[in-house]
Design a protein around this ligand. Structure first.
Ligand code: BTN
Length: 330
């Protein structure tokens, strides 16, 4: 869209940029540039226009649009980024695109989800205008054996993106909750489709929901969940910048997959699960009794080594653990 291209030019200009330069660079008329500037102002961009000097961008609103995310990305990446105001679930939208042949690296972002999906069939609250709901299509050439590591690599990518965007530190609770000050700011849901004939992986849809600018949470969630804003004194954060850093970090995963020691080292560095008392819940039994023990290590394959109170030791691959000291477990 023309307004996105105009935004890219005026965003990166350090000084006024003339209307003539914009129209020449984009190969469109001055009138078309004027209407694009008008559309950007309607979105909340503050753009000064001076008869002799041209345009100067002085303030950006906190919107999530194709243009606001793309200003932070090279064109080769941003051409595969699709941003929507509202969808049921970004994972569902991307799954449909993948079926129609979308390439690896395709991204779907929404400002709002009406049917956001969480793990174990739960729903994921996705209010408008405050969070990032993003799905990334990854088509690995490797087989199934390492794919369970992908979700841990993604937690590292989220931690890196938050740091690169805002210089803020996060922690990781096994297996892939990303926390700030010991409360959850991000959930990850990875959905994989497999080609029936070959048994090879077709598509991995990596879905990430980040609480960025929420100012409060319902009573039942407030022990567990927080937002980056709440943990930083109510400051408002630029969601487009974080979305772009996330896309870059996910691109790094696709490039470095399946073997790179960095992800295991960084995962261990951010991990807040080991050394704590835990209760482990097996994968499929939602209301099952948990087993108490102590998390002792993150193994090289990202499994969690647990010494249970009955004296047995197990390496957990999946399922959920409650960790003492987190989410109200005392
Ligand atoms: C969880 O913690 O239970 C996982 C939550 C994953 C939510 C994200 S938001 C973007 C993507 N689309 C969805 O419907 N879910 C994931």
């Amino acid at each position: 869209m023309l307004k996105d291209d105009v935004l890219k030019l005026i965003y990166h200009g350090e000084d006024y940029i003339s209307g003539e330069t914009v129209s020449r660079k984009l190969g469109v008329s001055r009138a078309a540039v004027n209407s694009a500037v008008k559309a950007l102002r309607e979105e909340g961009y503050e753009i000064i226009s001076s008869t002799n000097k041209g345009y100067l961008l002085t303030k950006c609103p906190d919107v999530l649009t194709k243009g606001s995310v793309s200003v932070h990305l090279p064109e080769t990446v941003s051409r595969n980024v699709h941003v929507f105001e509202s969808v049921d679930s970004t994972n569902n939208v991307l799954k449909d695109m993948a079926r129609s042949g979308a390439p690896s690296g395709t991204v779907v972002i929404a400002d709002h989800q009406t049917g956001g999906k969480g793990r174990r069939g739960r729903s994921f609250e996705s209010p408008k205008g405050v969070g990032i709901y993003l799905s990334y299509l990854f088509k690995p050439e490797s087989g199934f054996d390492k794919i369970s590591n992908l979700t841990s690599w993604t937690a590292v990518a989220v931690s890196d993106a938050v740091y690169n965007a805002y210089e803020a530190d996060t922690q990781i609770k096994w297996v892939n909750d990303v926390l700030m000050n010991r409360k959850k700011i991000c959930g990850i849901l990875t959905e994989v489709t497999v080609e029936a004939e070959s048994g090879l992986i077709d598509n991995c849809i990596i879905g990430i929901g980040i609480n960025v600018n929420e100012s409060s949470f319902p009573e039942d969630l407030s022990q567990i969940a927080t937002s980056i804003s709440i943990e930083n004194g109510g400051k408002n954060f630029d969601r487009s910048l974080l979305a772009a850093e996330l896309i870059k970090a996910l691109g790094d995963i696709a490039y470095r997959w399946p073997d790179d020691e960095y992800y295991l080292n960084r995962y261990r560095q951010c991990n807040v699960t080991t050394g704590s008392k835990i209760v482990a819940y097996p994968q499929l039994a939602e209301n099952s009794q948990g087993r108490s023990g102590t998390a002792v290590a993150i193994n090289d394959d990202f499994t969690l080594k647990v010494e249970f109170d009955d004296g047995s030791t197990e390496d957990l691959r999946s399922g959920e653990v409650s960790v003492r000291g987190l989410y109200g477990y005392t």
